[in-house]
Design a protein around this ligand. Structure first.
Ligand code: ATP
Ligand code: MG
Length: 292
C-alpha cells in the first residue's frame, strides 16, 4: 500500500451518485505516468505477497468486479494490476452476451458458477451488473421475462433486481467471499479518441466492432443506469468505487491501491500448525536428515 487516499472514490452506502460530480481525468498527486510506475510496482508486489497468504490460509476469497463503458481500459487494467499474482491463485471471467444455456437459468446462475473458491482472487470482467445495465438500456435482452408496462412498476422491477444483487453479495460476504466493485469512469470524448485509435491502428482493429460506435447513442441511458445501480448496491461491506479512467495509468494505480487495502483489511495469516502436525514435521525432518 502506498498510502494514496482512496476514500474520495467510494460510493457511500445509500449515497447519491451524480456522475457529473466525478471527474474522469483526476490524477491526484501524480502529474504523469512516469511518476506512478514505482508506486504501481510496489502495489503489484504487495498484492502478490498477500495473495500468497490468502491462498495458504484458505479461509477468504476476494471477488473484484470491473464494469465500464467500452474502451475504458478493463482488459489492460487486469493485465497490469494482476501481474504480480500467482496465476494459480487468480481467475478472470469475462461475461459476454449470455449463451442459450445461460439464458435457460436465472440471471445470477452464470456468475455464481464463476465465483472464486477459498484462497482465490476472482476478477469479473463485466459481471452480474450487466443485468441492470445493458439489459436495462436494452430490455429486449430480458430473456423470457417481460417488463411491467407502467414507468413506476418498471422502476420497481430494476430496484428489485438491484436488491437481489445486494442480498446475493451480502450472502457471499457472510460466507467469506468479499466483494469490491469498480466502475472505470471514462469520458465520452476519451472513448471517441480510443475508438478512432482502434480504427486507425491495424493492430487494434480487432478490438473494435461497428456496434461499439452505435452504442454511444445510449450513453446517457447507461450513465443513468450505472448511477442508480451503484446507489442501490454500494454497501459498507461491498462498496462501489468510481475510478477516473481517462488516464489509464492512474486507473491502474488507484485500483491496485484499493485491492491491496482490501486484502490487508482481511488480516490474513499463514495457518499455524497444531501440535500433531508439528510433531509430524519434526519426524519428517529426522527422516530427511538421516538419509545417507
Ligand atoms: P472490449 O472492451 O474489448 O470491447 P467487452 O467486455 O466489451 O470488451 P465484447 O465481446 O466487446 O467485450 O462485448 C461483450 C458484450 O456483451 C458487451 O456489450 C456487454 O454489454 C454484453 N453483455 C454482457 N452481459 C450481458 C447480458 N447479460 N445481456 C446482454 N448483453 C450482455
Ligand atoms: Mg466491447
Amino acid at each position: 500500500m502506498i498510502g494514496m487516499k482512496t476514500d474520495r472514490f467510494i460510493v457511500p452506502e445509500f449515497g447519491e451518485v451524480d456522475l457529473k460530480d466525478h471527474p474522469t481525468d483526476y490524477t491526484g498527486d501524480y502529474d504523469e505516468k512516469e511518476d506512478s510506475l514505482d508506486d504501481l510496482a510496489k502495489n503489484v508486489e504487495k498484492m502478490g505477497e498477500l495473495q500468497n497468504i490468502l491462498y495458504a490460509q484458505n479461509v477468504h476469497a476476494l471477488l473484484v468486479v470491473i464494469q465500464a463503458m467500452d474502451a475504458a481500459g478493463k482488459d489492460s487494467l487486469i493485465a497490469h494490476v494482476m501481474t504480480g499474482v500467482n496465476p494459480q491463485g487468480c481467475q478472470v471471467t469475462s461475461f459476454k452476451q449470455p449463451s442459450l444455456e445461460e439464458l435457460d437459468h436465472h440471471y445470477l446462475w452464470r456468475c455464481d458458477k464463476a465465483l472464486p473458491g477459498k484462497g482465490m482472487i476472482g476478477i469479473f470482467n463485466r459481471s452480474h451488473y450487466e443485468e441492470v445495465l445493458v439489459v436495462r438500456v436494452h430490455p429486449q435482452y430480458l430473456a423470457g421475462q417481460r417488463l411491467p408496462t407502467s414507468p413506476d412498476t418498471e422502476k420497481d422491477f430494476w430496484n428489485k433486481r438491484c436488491q437481489q444483487i445486494r442480498d446475493w453479495e451480502d450472502m457471499l460476504t457472510a460466507n467469506g467471499t468479499h466483494v469490491i466493485k469498480f466502475f472505470l469512469h471514462v469520458s465520452k470524448d476519451e472513448q471517441k479518441k480510443r475508438f478512432l485509435d482502434r480504427i486507425d491502428e491495424p493492430d487494434k482493429n480487432w478490438k473494435f466492432s461497428a456496434g461499439d460506435a452505435k452504442e454511444r447513442a445510449y450513453w446517457d441511458k447507461y450513465m443513468a443506469a450505472y448511477s442508480e445501480a451503484m446507489e442501490l448496491t454500494s454497501s459498507d461491506a461491498s462498496p462501489w468505487y468510481i475510478i477516473p479512467a481517462d488516464k489509464k495509468w492512474f486507473t491502474r494505480l488507484a485500483v491496485s491501491e484499493i485491492i491491496v487495502k482490501k486484502l490487508e483489511s482481511l488480516n490474513l495469516k499463514y495457518p499455524k500448525v497444531d501440535e500433531k502436525a508439528k510433531a509430524d514435521l519434526d519426524e519428517a525432518k529426522k527422516i530427511l536428515e538421516s538419509e545417507a
